[in-house]
Design a protein around this ligand. Structure first.
Ligand SMILES: NC(=O)c1ccc[n+]([C@@H]2O[C@H](COP(=O)([O-])OP(=O)(O)OC[C@H]3O[C@@H](n4cnc5c(N)ncnc54)[C@H](O)[C@@H]3O)[C@@H](O)[C@H]2O)c1
Ligand SMILES: [Zn+2]
Length: 377
């Protein structure tokens, strides 16, 4: 990582004036490798050429991100005349109403099919913006500029866009690839630590399913592995874009994780996605030891990492939570049928998908999480 970037990462941007004093646009500070990640189509393209071809540029972001980064990005990408669309933050706004607002803004400004939407934000923004762009006039181009760790290593990559509908997550969506994904860890300098830890859980997931180097991450070195994590997702998606088989390995830890996440949504202290996945991976590793011959040491090593991943979460799982969590599992549409099909590991880097495990055994993996008090502060 360049010295220049390291300098920018130590502090949040003060103001556009302080940046102008350095005489350096924000994207000049990016090391070459990070400036423009290879697009999902495998080419490295410069942002400049994408922007110069656009008839108009729109930037979608949320109210938390805008004060820190909107002027920076407009200045850095030389698109200060872009139309800004700033929405309220949070999953509850990843809905049709917000999409309509985006469509209406595009129409109001007579956006044609050569307009470009820049999605500056976390997974809510990249999912929403990708969906709005891929449906407006049957699809305009969009660029993702992820500002959360989770979006950098996961949500901004892979071509899935969508919104929540009818009370369920990601019910309406498209497969549409961003023209480019611009990843810069500098954005993480303003992200709360809890969100960083949540993104780190997804990075560990890539460690388990694909590359054990990622199992070495900690709060001090995780930034060195962001590009590798994104690369793994991109490689898996390229082999199986529509999730016919292999792409399912990205769901490692997510069957239990989603059920735990849904259960916590009904409480006063919801878990972040990565926190629920961190618990879900503990269950999946326990099941992998029992069913797929995974070396128990992998589970033991992970047990040492869990307290750090959950250190900012307010959780207190008890035996009484088992039944409601199992209820979510049974109703999870992906797991319809007699037995759920889940992703387990034979070894680190050797995932197997569609493993059928009966509900009683899954329940025992939940008991393992609770007995070991991983879900307790
Ligand atoms: N499409 C996919 O493949 C995919 C994959 C994983 C997750 N997702 C989706 O991603 C969403 C979750 O994404 P997320 O975890 O990034 O959450 P998020 O987008 O809600 O962002 C988390 C919070 O951090 C704030 N924030 C973002 N960047 C910031 C920054 N740099 N500084 C300060 N605050 C900042 C946001 O305003 C928000 O309050 C979910 O909707 C999920 O369904 C999609
Ligand atoms: Zn996830």
């Amino acid at each position: 990582m360049s010295d220049k970037l390291n300098q920018t990462m130590t502090q949040a941007p003060e103001s556009i004036d302080s940046r102008q004093r350095t005489g350096q646009p924000w994207n000049d500070m990016l090391p070459e490798a990070l400036e423009s990640m290879s697009s999902p189509r495998g080419e490295v393209r410069s942002m400049g050429s994408i922007l110069s071809k656009a008839s108009q540029v729109f930037i979608l972001t949320d109210e938390n991100i805008a004060p820190f980064w909107l002027p920076e990005v407009e200045y850095g990408l030389n698109c200060e005349k872009a139309v800004e669309i700033v929405i309220k933050p949070g999953e509850q706004h990843k809905n049709l109403q917000t999409v309509q607002r985006i469509w209406k803004t595009l129409m109001k400004h007579h956006a044609d099919r050569n307009a470009l939407l820049i999605n500056l934000g976390g997974g809510v923004i990249t999912d929403l913006g990708g969906f709005a762009a891929s449906t407006y006039k049957r699809g305009i181009k969009f660029i993702n500029v992820p500002t959360t760790l989770l979006a950098m290593v996961d949500a901004a990559i892979g071509g899935k866009t969508g919104i929540d509908f009818g009370g369920a997550k990601n019910q309406i969506g498209t497969f549409a690839e961003a023209e480019d994904v611009l990843v810069d860890p500098v954005f993480l300098s303003t992200l709360p630590r809890r969100e960083i830890l949540s993104g780190m859980a997804e990075m560990l997931k890539y460690g388990f399913i694909a590359d054990d180097n990622l199992l070495e991450i900690n709060i001090d070195n995780y930034q060195d592995h962001i590009l590798r994590a994104g690369e793994i997702k991109r490689e898996i998606v390229a082999k199986d874009p529509k999730e016919a088989g292999l792409r399912k390995i990205l769901n490692f830890g997510h069957t239990l994780g989603h059920a735990i996440e849904s259960h916590y949504m009904t409480t006063d202290c919801p878990l972040l996605h990565g926190e629920a996945v961190a618990l879900g991976m503990a269950g999946a590793l326990w099941l992998s030891v029992k069913h797929c011959g995974l070396d128990e040491q992998v589970l033991k090593d992970y047990e040492k990492k869990l307290p750090m991943l959950l250190s900012e979460a307010e959780i207190s799982l008890t035996e009484a939570d088992i039944e409601p969590i199992m209820g979510y599992l049974v109703h999870d549409k992906k797991n319809m049928g007699d037995k759920p099909r889940i992703v387990l590991l034979e070894a680190v880097g050797k995932p197997v998908w569609d493993v059928t495990v009966d509900y009683d055994t899954i329940k025992r993996s939940l008991e393992y999480i609770i007995i070991n008090e991983y879900g307790k502060r």
